[in-house]
Design a binder for this molecule. Sequence first.
Ligand code: SF4
Length: 196
Amino acid sequence: MASFSTLLREVRGCTLCAKHLPLGPRPILQLHPHARILIAGQAPGRKVHESGVPFADASGDRLREWLGMTKETFYDPRRVAILPMGFCYPGTGKTGDLPPRPECAPAWREQLLRQLKQLKLTLVIGQYAQAHHLPDAEGSLTSTVQDWRRHWPDVVPLPHPSPRNNIWLRRNPWFESELLPVLRARVAEVFEGETQ
Ligand code: SF4
């Protein structure tokens, strides 16, 4: 089995689906075997592709607020792993960003997840990550998130924090009033148990 650093180097050099990527390969992920929280997201948007920093956009600002997490903690790979379902920007379609490239997860995901031996909490963001990480979830993204107690306290489904989801948030006020307060407490609890 490849060492962690070799594996990460291989991922960062991946060109597997280059011909489908409008801006070319630029895998964006954050990982360290000591990470205790995994953020399983969708795929980088254009702004993140340009910066090379995961969630360096309005979605990231909102996600950090949801989690009660500072940028310092969020971008510490020894505490937080960030693995979208597709590591490179897939391009934009008529109604927003295209889905994560389907080649990516089969090529890399399981080997990378095996590196996370101290994982305590997985945050599963959006429909693509939920289809992969919560294959037993049935129905819509809303019903999967509404059913958040099902996998608690190890796995928590979340909607995408994109500003595009403002209407969803307004329609589902229970998300902010019920889920977010206990999620913030859970995140704090996970870090309380850290042995650095
Ligand atoms: S999206 Fe994934 S499979 Fe495609 S080039 Fe980027 S890292 Fe490789």
